[in-house]
Design a protein around this ligand. Structure first.
Ligand code: FAD
Length: 427
């Protein structure tokens, strides 16, 4: 196979070392073997790509990876195939180490249980064949291996002052520390509040939109040993979800197992969302904890004990759930684009954001392959990527929002996408 590329100086600037930015950087080092991806949930264990070496630099605002204190974990439900497309075999071989439980093997009969959080009745087992539940900090650390990352680079804005002698458009990233970087293509992988999206569309059109009526409290904590053991033995070994008829949803997942034989060391992530009333004041730690305890007292086991066992001084995050329904952007002759949450920030109740972000990384690199290997003009190659990502992103954002609203209305909950379709990709 001819591994040469038509433009060896082609340089991709990726802004943001989150999951999608790092996966793009990994994938650009590889040849995308012909695009015959299927998005079924089976876990491919062998990468089909070899090294290509498109130059790529990732610029991250953090001073070091995982500097920011907010942690979470996430499920990969239908993006296992594109995930392996993005990664070299050496990282695929270690993927299990980034799981919330590194010893957990993918299971064909895996499921995601949904309970009535008032009565404890099991409402449904959503099929989730071969799901992977990743601890985000460890997943990032793993997929950062071998990537050229420049830290402490917070993007300020973007400029297009340069055209090369052969007429190619260049793009310049300007950072808050006064430095800049020039490349052929800049990808905004800078998350839900993307600065790149703001550059492309302006602050008004690019702004995140608050979802009416959904507030979210999140905590990472440990449980007493007996409770931790009981949850894993009697309910599910890594995750469960409870829906309360009064309009709340509680999700619990294992986050980390520092010591397998000491259940009191296991960390758990809890997210509580509810029909939030904008007059509710949640500006102090006491108010936040009081809202948490009020809901905790309405929940049945094991949700009640899980919520009340969280130490009073444990850091708790409150946010209004927000999203941005994707619209087309002017990609400046194919030189600036978006991926992941920057392109389609969505609500998380059906666990679709990361799955779509992984799909973006695979799809973008297949489009770039046609440029650097087959000579397709960059603007045309990027149009292929963007047409798909805008359509898929918008549908996923809108469907996720509808789902999030419906699961907080008891009479509509059973008709929600979550209950009807589980975590499947929308068609
Ligand atoms: C509690 C929770 C649970 C979730 N569960 C699931 C799930 O089960 N399944 C699922 O598919 N999805 C889930 N999601 C969604 C998923 O986490 C996101 O869709 C995914 O992480 C997006 O990755 P990203 O790389 O696009 O963005 P991010 O991970 O947000 O990365 C953006 C990066 O850009 C950097 N950055 C930001 N601004 C700048 C700047 N100006 N300059 C330089 N760098 C910058 C940031 O520091 C960060 O490193 C969940 C989300 C949450 C919050």
């Amino acid at each position: 196979m001819d591994l040469s590329i038509s433009d060896p100086n082609f340089h991709v600037l990726v802004v943001g070392a989150g999951s999608v930015g790092l996966l793009i950087a990994q994938n650009l080092k590889k040849v995308c073997i012909p695009p015959k991806l299927t998005f079924q949930s089976d876990l491919i264990t062998h990468s089909t790509s070899t090294q290509l070496g498109i130059k790529c630099t990732v610029f991250e605002r953090e001073s070091y990876l995982n500097q920011r204190p907010r942690e979470w974990n996430f499920g990969i439900y239908w993006a296992q195939v594109p995930l392996t497309e993005c990664l070299p075999q050496s990282i695929i071989d270690k993927l299990s180490t980034a799981q919330v439980d590194p010893d957990r093997a993918p299971r064909e009969d895996d499921f995601f249980p949904i309970f009535n959080a008032q009565t404890g009745v099991l409402l449904k087992k959503l099929p989730a064949a071969n799901m992977l539940r990743m601890n985000r900090p460890r997943f990032r650390a793993l997929i950062a291996e071998g990537v050229d990352i420049q830290y402490g680079k917070r993007l300020r804005t973007i400029a297009h002052p340069n055209v090369t002698a052969d007429g190619k458009n260049l793009v310049t990233a300007l950072f808050e520390d006064g430095t800049e970087a020039i490349g052929n293509l800049l990808i905004g992988a800078d998350g839900s509040r993307s600065k790149v999206r703001e550059y492309l569309l302006g602050p008004r059109l690019a702004a995140l939109q608050l979802l009416p009526l959904v507030g979210c409290l999140a905590i990472i904590t440990t449980f007493p040993a007996d409770l931790a053991r009981k949850i894993r033995k009697d309910y599910h070994d890594i995750l469960l979800n409870g829906s309360h008829p009064d309009g709340a949803n509680i999700f619990m997942s294992l986050h980390e197992i520092p010591s397998p034989s000491q259940p009191e060391t296991w960390k758990w992530m809890l997210t509580l969302t509810w029909k939030y009333c904008p007059t509710e004041s949640l500006s102090t730690r006491t108010e936040i904890r009081s809202a948490w305890d009020t809901w905790a007292n309405k929940l049945t086991e094991p949700f009640h004990s899980a919520c009340t066992s969280a130490p009073k001084d444990a850091p708790m995050w409150f946010e209004r759930v927000a999203h941005w329904p994707t619209v087309e952007w002017d990609d400046r002759w194919g030189t600036v684009s978006l991926a992941g949450d920057a392109a389609h920030p969505m609500t998380f109740h059906r666990g679709q954001g990361l799955n779509n972000a992984i799909h973006d990384a695979a799809h973008l690199c297949r489009a770039l392959y046609t440029h650097v290997k087959e000579g397709k003009p960059l603007a045309e190659a990027m149009a292929v990527y963007e047409t798909e990502v805008v359509e898929r992103g918008r549908k996923a954002v809108e469907e996720s929002a509808m789902n999030s609203l419906m699961i907080h209305e008891w009479e509509k909950m059973k008709e929600s996408m979550l209950l009807r379709n589980g975590m499947k990709k929308i068609s």
